[in-house]
Design a protein around this ligand. Structure first.
Ligand code: ADP
Length: 589
């Protein structure tokens, strides 16, 4: 029951609804004890032959009034209690969502998306149930049960009440045993459901790869297996669940047996009237619901406990990237200076960056090249503070980057990642993503700079064409250029193109680079690339090799120096010559 204590903050927040709801439930419980009494009285009148029309009408009216009052009150408490419970799940859902958006990429690396989805759906539902049905059953089993018991004991016979309730301890034991079992099995079912969620999410995201490799059948098979696992684990839950009701019915049956046997004896001995016995057995019938509710309570509370713990654990996860106290809210401008001894990813052993030291002046262009896995992206991720735990410092303008608020730092930087993402929205909305109030001209200007304007004009609805999963299919290069336009629209102090020109051809690349040069005078640009032509004109070029700076300088300096850069440059020149030659050859044919 500790989950009620943990949820106390919420009950306090909604105290008006809960207190009124509980009072209404109490009145309901009281009114429910009236009809059996009336039936008993009527039967005694019939037996004694004292029934008159007036008496009949009086009690009929009483029953009718009770029924109407119960109808209204039952509706009312449902609104109050279940209505509040919905608010709890809404509140937790919003909190979770806000929390998810704050977490850094390493959080998403550790967590499976399917799990997170399961928390946001199933777990919240279980918690909502605890705050709704849980409270209801708690109050009902105690109040209604208590009222009925008290009425039985004090207005009919306490002796018969004790005798009829003898089987109760057995029920308490059975319920608690089932409760534990249910809890264990429920956890397993929930885990299986998370895995299934994860599988579906992954398969749908990767459907193109699955199809391209003709892996559909295997994927269906592996889905079927997981789905069966979910079913079998839920069946295991249902098995225990299914034991609840029969067990309770059996115990209630024994209770009835005792009540009728001993009650009849008491009637014969003149200790009770027939009417009393009828009332008594009707009351016993009324006790079934509170007893069941008690069994359910275990069930609901166990689920709520597990779910609440998981959601809380998620919410309690600290953001890895913390802002400094009194962080500077003004977006940084100025030189960027790296002075890093080393950086190792969380939970990894080997450092991915070592001795990264360079000074980039404001307005300069930095080119970073090196083999895949050399650490180019990592180096950039440190600048936007996706990761924090490095030895050394990175300065931007007059301060270290950790001294700015995250918002300030990131609003100075336009980052075009390798794995660009387009939302299922119009082209215009995608470009204006970080700047929704941008004017039409600005959007077009950014698109022109990114060399995508003409392509967009060709789309059926131009800038209003829907892209992304539910829209038009774009080529990799078009997606890349829309992502670039998105970053350019912000006209950021620092523009980062992280291998963002890989899917466009050499000519388009050149056009984009020239446009950038003209439009970003005085602003810093950082480009990582495989094609050296993309960074050839940079003011500073870093050649990364296994996380270290192997070479550093301008194109001319690096060409003079020889080594990886010159070898690569010459090889790529040759390749492009061959390519062009190929085209010339094709044209000539
Ligand atoms: P590049 O951009 O030059 O291809 P990366 O910076 O992406 O290189 O990767 C550098 C190294 O860091 C690689 O060995 C890669 O496996 C590793 N790495 C990249 N991202 C992570 C991460 N989030 N967690 C752990 N290791 C990572």
């Amino acid at each position: 029951m500790t989950v009620f204590r943990d949820l106390f903050w919420f009950f306090r927040q909604e105290k008006k609804a809960y207190i009124t709801g509980i009072i209404v439930l109490l009145i309901v419980a009281f009114f429910e004890t009236i009809p059996p009494k009336v039936i008993g009285i009527m039967i005694d009148h019939i037996k004694e032959g004292t029934i008159t029309k007036a008496i009949l009408i009086r009690w009929m009216v009483t029953l009718l009034v009770v029924a109407i009052v119960l109808y209204v009150l039952r509706y009312w408490w449902r609104i109050l209690i279940f209505g509040s419970a919905v608010k709890l799940s809404r509140q937790l859902r919003n909190e979770l969502y806000a929390h998810f958006t704050k977490m850094s990429p390493s959080f998403y690396q550790r967590k499976r998306i399917g799990d997170l989805m399961a928390h946001a759906t199933n777990d919240l539902q279980a918690i909502q149930q605890t705050a709704g049905s849980g409270i209801l059953t708690l109050v009902d089993s105690l109040m209604l049960g208590g009222f009925v018991l008290a009425t039985m004991a004090f207005t009919i016979s306490w002796k018969l009440t004790i005798i009829s309730l003898l089987p109760m301890p057995v029920m308490a034991i059975a319920t608690s045993r089932y409760g534990t079992l249910l809890h264990q099995r429920f956890l397993k079912a929930q885990e299986a459901f998370s895995s299934l969620n994860d599988k579906v999410q992954e398969s749908i995201s990767g459907i193109r790869v699955i199809k391209a490799f003709g892996y559909e059948q295997d994927d269906i098979e592996s889905f079927r297996k997981q789905s069966e696992d979910v079913v079998s684990k839920n069946v295991a839950v249902a098995r225990v669940d299914a034991l609840f009701d029969p067990t309770i019915s059996l115990i209630v049956g024994i209770s009835f047996f005792l009540a009728v046997t001993f009650g009849a004896k008491m009637v014969i001995a003149g200790e009770l009237t027939i009417g009393d016995l009828v009332s008594f057995t009707t009351y016993l019938g009324l006790l079934i619901w509170p007893m069941l509710a008690f069994g359910w309570l275990f069930n609901i509370v166990e689920r709520g406990r597990a779910s609440y713990d998981r959601v809380r654990a998620l919410l309690d996860e600290k953001e890895e990237i913390q802002e400094a106290e009194n962080a500077i809210a003004a977006p940084p401008t100025g030189d960027i200076v790296y002075d890093i001894q080393q950086f190792t990813y969380p939970n990894e052993e080997k450092p991915v960056l070592r001795n990264i030291r360079f000074h980039l002046r404001r307005g300069q262009t930095l080119g970073i090249v090196g083999k895949t896995g050399a650490g180019k992206t990592t180096l950039l991720k440190l600048l936007i503070r996706e990761f924090d735990q490095y030895d050394g410092e990175i300065r931007f303008g007059d301060h270290e980057i950790s001294e700015y608020t995250l918002h300030a730092l990131r609003s100075s930087i336009g980052y075009v990642p390798q794995d660009h993402f387009l939302f299922s929205a119009t082209v215009r909305e995608n470009i204006a993503f970080a700047c929704p109030e941008a004017s039409e001209e600005d959007v077009i200007k950014a698109a022109k700079l990114a060399n995508i304007h003409e392509d967009i004009e060709q789309f059926a609805d131009g800038y209003e064409t829907i892209v992304g999963e539910r829209g038009v299919s774009l080529s990799g290069g078009q997606k890349q250029r829309i992502s670039i336009a998105r970053a350019l629209l912000l006209n950021p102090e620092v523009l980062i193109l992280d291998d963002s020109l890989s899917a466009v051809d050499a000519k388009t690349e050149e056009r984009i680079l020239t446009a950038l040069k003209e439009n970003r005078a005085g602003k810093t640009t950082i480009i990582t690339a495989h094609r050296l032509s993309a960074i050839q004109h940079a003011d500073l070029i870093l050649v990364l090799e296994e996380g270290c700076i192997a070479q550093m300088g301008t194109h001319e300096e690096l060409m003079r120096e020889g080594g990886w850069y010159r070898n690569m440059y010459e090889r790529q020149q040759l390749e492009s010559l061959v390519e062009q030659g190929g085209q010339v050859w094709k044209i000539n044919r």
